[in-house]
Design a protein around this ligand. Structure first.
Ligand SMILES: NC(=O)c1ccc[n+]([C@@H]2O[C@H](COP(=O)([O-])OP(=O)(O)OC[C@H]3O[C@@H](n4cnc5c(N)ncnc54)[C@H](O)[C@@H]3O)[C@@H](O)[C@H]2O)c1
Ligand SMILES: [Zn+2]
Ligand SMILES: [Zn+2]
Length: 359
């Protein structure tokens, strides 16, 4: 029997989100219904609401979630009802050209549920990143459910997007190696996770850059050795802190041309820029080609921290449970479903690292 549950929907570009009744079908072949226990509010949800990702309104928002598998469809053997899972947006296909070349973290044909969830009148919803977890229950592909040891769902769910994206940008994409000097521009949930990743990877210096002093203070808590107020000359300050050379790795976790340019200009010769912030489709960037060549190194983008959920989610839970990754510190507040719109405002005012909807 299809179920009716409460969920957060973005109906139109820029309009405040609303809590609506949605219809969740029974899982078909390869699918699973998950009872969501917690889901973090990521900046990408706000990008969806702003029409910055695409125009496929109405969106069912939420994608950083943990919960319990309620039911599985035909042929599902990877998870079973009762399993505690973190949802992922990279259920690798095993068969696309990336997977066949042994690079499944780039999978170009990831699985999502094939049946739509709908509004009560039958209007199909577009689930954010194929998940849609600001909902009491959601329908996903079984491969989107990654089993992890039982843990606090509010913190565990953050592994499903922002924490993995930031941590992986440092550890997998860059990759930061021991002895590197690293700067992270933008210290929200994603940037602070990149700081934690750089520390884990053995960076000798981890410089946090943000406009907001609160974010810089939190960054120190995640292991930043230095902080830079982005109201000043960021490039100069990063050079001054690194013997005049600039950091080996600069991770951009804002998603704007001006901060990308700072990353490009600040890194040392042969250094690496990692773009993990998501720009909107209207943004453009102009760079002197002579510097692209002359400065050498690598300009990389990081999708989801180049993670493989089945490999990396349990690893992050281990680090957390051993006290080596303070996942709890990302949870600024626990909120109800009808407080997501307010959480967007708090995010924009810089008051939180993550508001987490707890169900
Ligand atoms: N690549 C991926 O797979 C992936 C995954 C999740 C999120 N993201 C993206 O990462 C970005 C960050 O997400 P978040 O949830 O941490 O957002 P957030 O809003 O919590 O954090 C952004 C931070 O950037 C800071 N900032 C803004 N302008 C700045 C500037 N000019 N200089 C320095 N700092 C500045 C803000 O003060 C804030 O602390 C977003 O664009 C989001 O869409 C990417
Ligand atoms: Zn694939
Ligand atoms: Zn996200």
């Amino acid at each position: 029997m299809p179920q009716q549950v409460r969920a957060v929907v973005a109906r139109a570009k820029g309009a405040p989100v609303t809590v609506e009744t949605i219809v969740v079908p029974d899982p078909g072949p390869g699918e699973a219904v998950v009872r969501v226990q917690a889901c973090g509010v990521c900046h990408t949800d706000l990008h969806y609401r702003e029409g910055g990702i695409n125009d496929a309104f109405p969106f069912l928002l939420g994608h950083e979630a943990a919960g319990v598998v309620e039911a599985v469809g035909e042929g599902v053997t990877s998870v079973a009802p009762g399993d505690f899972v973190v949802l992922n947006w990279r259920a690798v296909c095993g068969d696309c050209r990336a997977c066949r070349r042994g690079r499944p973290w780039y999978c170009f044909s990831t699985f999502n549920a094939t049946q739509p969830m709908t509004l009560e009148d039958g209007t199909p919803l577009s689930p954010a990143l194929g998940i849609g977890a600001f909902a009491e229950k959601t329908l996903v592909h079984a491969g989107q459910c990654t089993k992890v040891p039982q843990a606090d769902p509010a913190a565990a769910g953050l592994i499903g997007c922002g924490v993995m994206a930031g941590f992986g940008a440092a550890v997998n994409t860059a990759p930061v190696v021991k002895g590197d000097t690293v700067a992270v521009i933008g210290c929200g949930g994603v940037g602070n996770a990149a700081i934690a990743g750089a520390v884990y990877a053995g960076a000798r210096q981890v410089i946090a850059v943000d406009l907001d002093p609160r974010k810089l203070e939190w960054a120190r808590g995640f292991g930043a050795t230095h902080t830079v107020d982005a109201h000043g000359d960021v490039v100069q300050q990063l050079r001054d802190l690194t013997g005049g050379f600039g950091p080996d790795v600069v991770i951009e976790a804002v998603g704007r041309p001006e901060t990308y340019r700072q990353a490009f200009d600040a890194r040392d010769l042969a250094g690496t820029v990692v773009l993990v912030g998501v720009p909107n489709p209207t943004m453009t960037l102009e760079l002197p080609l002579i510097d692209v060549f002359g400065r050498g190194g690598a300009l990389k983008s990081s999708w989801y921290g180049d993670c493989l959920p089945s490999r990396d989610f349990p690893l992050l839970v281990d680090l957390w449970q051993q006290g080596r990754l303070d996942l709890d510190a990302f949870v600024s507040e626990r909120i109800a479903l009808d407080e997501v719109e307010e959480a967007f405002a708090k995010m924009e005012r810089g008051e939180v690292l993550r508001s987490v909807v707890v169900l």
